[in-house]
Design a binder for this molecule. Structure first.
Ligand code: MG
Length: 207
């Protein structure tokens, strides 16, 4: 594995579900692409992938738009498998990962690189006009959520830009199949060149 300059030594302590080889791949693609335009990620959670993308963007004086409503996906809710009590706002009876996210981005020195969009995908996309060099989809795993993310954002990818989709599981027992569904949709659209996979991360280049 190549070294990433300024990667926090305690990156593994940032909560999240991104493997190291996936983070490295996100970093390398963002480093190549972000000089041409900003990167947008959907589903920032506590900012682990945002840090990899942000470090690459910083080297190009570029920006990561980090989109997340910070109310958690289905599996993060109270009583669900990936619920984290530390990210639960008991007063409001809601998940709130934004506070943790902000702290992690600040500690990584990326306040001037990462622009949080605390909103749902559809609301954030409604007036969006900026061409994107890279789109990383790591949002909700329901089919509706994944389809919304795909439909809202892939049209904003510039030619030569990269679409990355997280949580591709060949076996349904490993996880939900919605990310795989939009991955297949992208691959059969004729709009992308297949760049292969790193672990559960699928990579496609907009033709
Ligand atoms: Mg994920």
């Amino acid at each position: 594995m190549s070294m990433i300059p300024d990667l926090p030594a305690d990156i593994d302590r940032v909560k999240g579900f991104l493997a190291e080889d996936e983070g490295q791949a996100l970093y390398q693609h963002a480093l190549q692409l972000s000089a041409r335009g900003p990167v947008l990620e959907i589903g920032s959670y506590c900012g682990k992938s945002t840090i990899y993308l942000g470090l690459a963007c910083r080297r190009n004086n570029s920006t990561v738009f980090a989109l997340d409503h910070h109310r958690g996906s289905e599996e993060h809710q109270l009583g669900e498998l990936f619920h984290d009590p530390a990210l639960y706002d008991a007063d409001g009876d809601v998940m709130d990962s934004f506070r943790e996210f902000r702290g992690n981005i600040h500690r990584a020195g990326l306040d001037e690189v990462v622009v949080p969009l605390v909103a749902g995908s559809e609301a954030a996309a409604r007036h969006w006009r900026t061409p994107l060099a890279m789109v990383f989809i790591d949002g909700g795993h329901s089919l509706a959520a994944a389809l919304t993310d795909y439909r809202c954002w892939t049209g904003h990818l510039m030619r030569g830009g990269v679409l990355a989709i997280h949580d591709l599981f060949d076996d349904a027992h490993q996880g939900g199949q919605a990310p795989y569904a939009i991955y297949r949709m992208a691959r059969s659209s004729g709009l992308f060149e297949d760049l292969g996979r790193i672990n559960s991360l699928g990579l496609l280049r907009r033709l």
